[in-house]
Design a protein around this ligand. Structure first.
Ligand code: ATP
Ligand code: MG
Length: 309
């Protein structure tokens, strides 16, 4: 049965993104379970630009309502291997949204001050305010990714000795992350998480184009090449976090990222679906205020000179 309160455009979005959601409690094994080149048969590159524009327009409409209602916020967590397209994704998906309603924060290696606090501290400060869409370009999930792949980073985190034992530390961090996200959702911040799933071959192609094209040289760092050497460890760490932290309240989506156009389309679809779920409404004005407004309207109209043809 269709519910008249539900936006009719929602059906198409749901169809597109359902297969990308990690079912809570399922065990994910990368690279087998998600194909970085997947796209639904119904979507072609020729239609992509028009579809993306529609998605961007719908997103802008819902973001306007979110901002006006000032009760909820949306946090989009973006995680990926290098060159998977996080930056381009953010640029295209948010292109139609009022810049006043969006915050993007990129999380890099933690500072000395950040390392002197527990691991969620720096992220908690960047959680979007009511009415805002916040994007985390990398996030607290680095704590179960790069830190898991290179456990030596734990040494700089000033942790009590018992807190660093493997594998308990990762299980504990998954639980703490799930609990924190629950807290955010309960308090009005909807959390949605996207892993841009690029293949090893496609990463190599993108690194090569960064090396070959002088305009892209700045995007390449030899350190990215070193991390590529740990590809299998990252796939394992991603499999683990997807298996343990995709929940009903804060689901993970694995977005195929070998085709940039599809990754952008899927991202806008996921974000829009999340906002449709929240269904933010423009605030209604109290009848007494409405009556005052009608009075003031008359006053203003009386002040204006008669309009000329
Ligand atoms: P781009 O390369 O596209 O500019 P990026 O997100 O890769 O974007 P970089 O400055 O290249 O940005 O890399 C940031 C680095 O910081 C990543 O290698 C990431 O793993 C690392 N990092 C992020 N959070 C943590 C953390 N909590 N502990 C250790 N390293 C972290
Ligand atoms: Mg990088």
């Amino acid at each position: 049965m269709s519910d008249p309160r539900i936006d009719p455009r929602r059906h198409d979005l749901k169809r597109m993104i359902d297969s990308l959601r990690v079912k809570p409690g399922s065990e994910v094994r990368l690279p087998h379970d998600f194909d970085p080149r997947f796209k639904p048969d119904s979507v072609s590159k020729e239609d992509a630009a028009a579809l993306l524009q529609t998605g961007v327009d719908v997103l802008a409409e819902y973001q306007d309502r979110l901002y006006a209602q000032d009760t909820y916020s949306v946090l989009l967590v973006l995680q990926a291997m290098d060159a998977a397209g996080k930056d381009g994704n953010i640029k295209h998906v948010m292109s139609g949204v009022n810049p006043q309603g969006v915050n993007v924060h990129s999380f890099k290696s933690p500072s000395t001050e950040e390392l002197d606090h527990e691991f969620l501290w720096r992220c908690a400060q960047r959680v979007p305010a009511k009415g805002m869409i916040g994007i985390f370009n990398r996030s607290y999930y680095e704590e179960v990714l790069v830190v898991r792949v290179h456990p030596k980073y734990l040494g700089a985190q000033h942790l009590p000795p018992d807190a660093t034992k493997e594998p308990h530390i990762w299980r504990r961090r998954f639980r703490e992350i799930n609990d924190w996200e629950r807290y955010l959702v309960d308090n009005g911040t909807k959390v949605v998480k996207i892993f841009l799933n690029v293949s090893r071959d496609e990463q190599a192609r993108r690194f090569l184009s960064r090396i070959d094209d002088p305009a892209k040289n700045w995007k390449f760092s030899p350190a990215d090449m070193a991390e590529r050497g740990f590809w299998d460890d990252y796939q394992h760490a991603y499999s683990e976090l997807l298996s343990h932290t995709s929940t009903d309240h804060a689901p993970w989506y694995v977005v195929p990222a070998d085709r940039k156009w599809f990754a952008r389309l899927a991202t806008v679809a996921i974000l829009t679906d999340t906002l449709m779920d929240l269904d933010p409404q423009y605030p209604t004005v109290d009848p007494a205020v409405k009556a005052t407004m009608a009075e003031l309207k008359k006053q203003l109209e009386a002040e204006l000179p008669a309009e000329e043809d």
